[in-house]
Write a protein that binds this ligand. Sequence first.
Ligand code: MSP
Length: 644
Amino acid sequence: MEKNSKKTFYITTPIYYVNDIPHIGHAYTTIIADAIGRFKKLQGNDVFFLTGTDEHGQKVEKAAAERGLTPKEWADQVVGRFKDLWKALNISYDYFIRTTEPFHEKGVQKIFQKLKDKGDIYKGVYKGWYCVTNEHFLSEDVPLEKDGYKICPECGTRAEILSEECYFFKLSAYQDRLLDYYARNPTFVRPPSRMNEVVSFARQGLKDLSITRTTVKWGVPVPDDPDHTIYVWFDALHNYVTAIGYDWNMDRFERYWPATIHLIGKDILRFHAIFWPAFLMAAEFPLPHIVFGHGWWLKDKTKMSKSKGNVLDPHVILKTFRSDPLRYFLLREIPIGLDGNFSHEGFIHRVNSDLANDLGNLVQRTLTMIQNYFNGKIDEIDEENEGDKKLRLEFDAVKEKVLKLYENYAINRALEEVWAYINSVNKYLADNEPWKLAKDTTQRKRLGRILFQAAAAIRTISYFIFPIMPESSAKIWDYLGEEKLIQEELFSELKFENFKLEQKIKQSRPLFPRIALQDFLKEEAPPPAQPKMEEKMEYITFDEFKRMDLRVGEILNAEKVEGTDKLVKLEVDIGTEKRTMVAGVADVYSPDELAGKKVIVIVNLKPAVIRGVESQGMLLAAEVEGKATIPFFPEDVPAGAKVV
Ligand code: MSP
């Protein structure tokens, strides 16, 4: 499947939105990509592994405004969270792209211009139902609800009618070429069920795609027409080409493009398997080899996502475990194409049984016996008998199977094979009972042979699991007294015989301590409702408090921000001047109720643009179950009075 003699392998994850903080779902895609990338390196490929963040668009604009930050300031914070998590999870990416990087923005504009010059992008007017949460127009077959609105089928929120002048991409012109491409490359989309989904969607007829917005300011401007912003998906998808050098390092771009595999969640299949190849065809770039749509991690049977409030934070697990058990669980539990239900019970159970019992015990007791009976160095072995030979030959069969399964991205099946081998080694020890032989000095060579076979098998096992559990596997390798790193031995060079007689074994430590479910759940439980002030409170100084300019403001005028349920635009007299502010209280207070009221406002908060309106301050309110309660002053308190 490799595209040239250099055997490059370019693997990508989606770039994650920065309106969300990373959760187990994001970690899943990135861990799969990391494992595949590591495996491909073991095969001697020149691997490039890309991940990053998708930083433009309305959702990011909104998330930042809610926090009184600029979109870039907010993005910087979230990027830090993603990078920290990738570090904690041992993710070995080669580049982390941010779509706010100038080279990316320039590259996107260049491609846009190229397509416009060719006539594949043209100007028109689009009217349709738009989902703000997912930043896309709903497809026309989404039915109208009883109340006259359309609901986004992906996130369940209410869509809005949007009509605007915009640029279109001539997707319709690519329908036949796409269908032809799918027919000639039936494994382009994986797993096969997703290929069928894509083909049947394309067969229904592809309409031209609106790819710019005038309502969104936070994005890449259209070249020579800056009132229009390039649609976040057109912008985001091109990260796959700009990150490796399109338009700024063409040698590198040509070395790695086309991507070998775009790994994505099934939620964004259409963007990657229909729009993206069409954009690439238009730009006359070769197409990626594979788009792999993996399943979702569900919590309580629904997709984990911030909008549903059911996300699991990987840090809960990382507080107690290192990254390997989490990586193992996510990759072992389900095949890459299917959904899985995540539970901490399931996690603990698998870690205790597969890692602590099967693998951990095998390594610990074998290496301890080598320490105790041979002072860490097996120096005498007898001839291989049938049982010894069987264990060695089984390795050859396992290696072949594991290789094929890894190559087909069937990681969970590969791990099953490795675990079957672990069980064979455990059985070999149980059958041969080396602890009994150790009591008989005439059996020293036999004892040596048994421990030698077991150690040689463990060496291969630690090699097999390296892509999934790099940290533990490197530890085992080190305990075995290996001098080079695992990465320095190619998969093709891996042999049972690579473990040498007289290799000096180091003192080992238990790899995967057993954690009882109750103990873990206790750890995970939220802190007591009434934490002691001195422990939990983050204090600010009086000087810091004094920096806030809090005043009484009189609401002169209030009106709802069109197209939103929650936002109201206020004109507020703060004593010295009139200010415009946007507040998220319209679900509780009508504009009439607000007009004439005196409220507390913070007037030196950095202005932020919310839904196209510059908010020059913020009113204070209590939040009770997500709803605002505003404290109002009596009428005789003058506007502008300081609140201290
Ligand atoms: N920014 C777009 C992608 C642009 S790619 C050019 C986006 N971002 S996202 O933050 O919503 O992340 C989407 C990806 O995160 C999914 O495609 C999937 O890979 C991963 N997951 C998010 N939630 C998930 C689960 N609950 N389960 C598994 N993976 C999930 O879409």
